[in-house]
Design a protein around this ligand. Sequence first.
Ligand SMILES: NC(=O)c1ccc[n+]([C@@H]2O[C@H](COP(=O)([O-])OP(=O)(O)OC[C@H]3O[C@@H](n4cnc5c(N)ncnc54)[C@H](O)[C@@H]3O)[C@@H](O)[C@H]2O)c1
Length: 431
Amino acid sequence: MNIGVIGAGFVGLVTASCLASNKNPVTCIEINKKKINNLKSKKITIFEPNLKKIFEKKFNKTLFFKDNYEDINRFDIIFITVGTPYSSNKVNLSSIKNSVMNILKNYNKKKKITIVIKSTIPPGTTNYLQSKFFSKFKNLILINNPEFLREGNAVEDFNKPDRIIIGTKTKRDNIYKILSLYKSFKCNKFVLSYEESEVSKYYSNSFFASLISFSNQFAQLCDNLPNCDLEKINKTLLSDKRISISKTIPKLENYLIPGIGFGGSCFPKDVEGIIKTLKNKKINNSFLKSIININDESMQHGFKIINKNFKRNSKICILGASFKENSDDTRKSRTLYVANKLKELNIDFQIIDPKVKKLGKHKCEPFSKQTIKKYKNFILMTKWKNFENLYKLNFKKKIKILDFRRFFKKNKFKSKHVDLISVGYSSLIKK
Ligand SMILES: NC(=O)c1ccc[n+]([C@@H]2O[C@H](COP(=O)([O-])OP(=O)(O)OC[C@H]3O[C@@H](n4cnc5c(N)ncnc54)[C@H](O)[C@@H]3O)[C@@H](O)[C@H]2O)c1
């Protein structure tokens, strides 16, 4: 099957590279000049574990890049993976519409093509696109197929998905192409309506975001109580039979770790997006709104902990710039808020990140033991494995680490001079 992928961002590049490694010829169409020029000259534009290897292996063999839609009629399936950011109080669908218009402008009306929307779009959007644009073309089949990959683990998630959702309006035999493409993927496959498919994605992201805010609400309480560690309390919760389906415990626990809130390109915009959908339908959205409110408060709470623990003349080393480990994506990274706040307070700092070179206006340095040794004050923002090297360093003088991700374990430090302050563990109480 000849495959087209519109958009070469995080989802597009992973989708194209993974499908290309399954022997399908795949062409990625990207309109960002800088990005496409890099990709065409075999320079990968994002960091994801194992992606570079696949990209380089398949480049110009089964994986191709183009900056225009001219060859659209060659494709049997076209995936749309363009961005759907939340801006000016709504989900911005202009890139989706733009790609649809470009496809239709170049379409010859004869070729049977399945158009698959992978981008996250508000409920009702696929039906709107179907009636407004696609219903005139009997050979075009529009499908909604939300993507659930997680950045930092995207290749593995794409190749071994937990589930595949096909949202369709047409009869089952019209989706044979997409089903046969996904045949080798061993997971639950759901054939749903457009609306069910669209809502599934928001349901999932809102669920995980709500766990984070739920835990962070309690982290604020624990930080204001003596001898109170939310990590221990989480273990008591997770031993409850009602949620103890043994295989899921450690994974669910990942979303209950106290922290400074979620960032990234998906949770913030998707929760905002579905809040707006509910508002448009005049449905009470206070539960979902509180996820965002608590997420904002977690940041304010973090600043309180910084203020309490670091003097104005401190020099601080911030560990991690990307919004999560194993990714160089800095969209809505919490580190940017922390860095801006430190700058506002005139506190000297340096950001260290293994992959990110610049965060907003702040230059980042790669991780090295030499750089680390220059500092006595640290704020951990991203759980990069590299930062475990701090355990081995023989700090001779007292150092302070403020851990906003509950990454470090006190008993693992070789040095006795580490003062570890952990969010969600009595961090606002004088010890
Ligand atoms: N990033 C994730 O982890 C993730 C996971 C699941 C779902 N999603 C969803 O997938 C979609 C894409 O997310 P992303 O993070 O890959 O976005 P992104 O911003 O990294 O990539 C989108 C790409 O599309 C390109 N583009 C925009 N308009 C175009 C057009 N008309 N023709 C061709 N290219 C065009 C942009 O230049 C950009 O390179 C979003 O809807 C997002 O919510 C993202």
